[in-house]
Design a protein around this ligand. Sequence first.
Ligand code: OGA
Ligand code: NI
Length: 332
Amino acid sequence: MEMERVQALAYAGLNELPAQFIRPINERPENSKPISGVTVPVISLSQPRHVIIEEVYKACREWGFFLVTDHGISSALIQQLQEVGQQFFGLPQKEKEAYANDPATGKFEGYGTKMTKNLDEKVEWVDYFFHVMSPKAKTNYDIWPKHPHTYREVTEEYNKEMLRVTNELLELLSEGLGVEGNVLKSHLGGEDIELEMKINMYPPCPQPQLALGVEPHTDMSALTILVPNDVPGLHVWKDGNWVAVNYLPNALFVHVGDQIEVLSNGKYKSVLHRSIVNKERMRMSWAVFAVPPHEALIGPLQELVDDDQNPPKYSTKTFAEYRYRKFNKLPQ
Ligand code: OGA
Ligand code: NI
């Protein structure tokens, strides 16, 4: 089916936002502004280990979100990642369409734009490219962009760094919970843990005060590690308010996702977040979702629950079942 892309709409020079993008009044950025004077936690990984564990623990409990600096990923690699993504979205529309996904038939990977399922439903001001990048056995390199030619090399390099940082974070989170360092990772499939890349591309929007880039949601991943370009737009929900996340060059934006909330029996919080768009400038972000294999059984860690003081707050189910319920907006 012919699909209208947000990018094509944006560059057609509209003065007014088409109706399917206009959010209900209370959801509009103009009516749900972030509060000022609050900033998200920023954690340097070059501190003594006990300090890092403490800061990460606090951030995961209070925010479910934090920025990481001194993570060892070179700024050159982050820049290359952004360049190859920008170059892909800069290709002629026809060339991008060769990668079109089709979620309705289970083809989630590739180039996509969310469609409305019914007349009331609103859509987001974003096009994206989604693909698995780890483990190799589950990676379909045929769907990765072939242009620019360096896409694969750069993304494989970034994948290695994401595996390293994910391992490190899962260890810190485990230790914060008072369990052995390898516990969270082993429940997430161990070496079979999956990394998925989603490049979000938010074109300039004629009426950004009425639209959303992505609507409020929590990620169903275990962790999400995101790097944006220099156009701000991410908001995280904290104690009843939206908090705007400022751009910090080369920082990793770490989101606690639903699977870590479940495994930690609610000690760590999956962060509600959204993104807004910009009138003049294109915003982009590179979100890496660390997820368990579909067949992994995820429930509160046994070490953290007991019958009287700490009953399990979540049911145990496979990640496949969790995904199905989340996609279909069924209770968990
Ligand atoms: C996402 C997401 C936010 C952003 O892709 O899940 O929340 O800043 N993106 O682009
Ligand atoms: Ni998200």
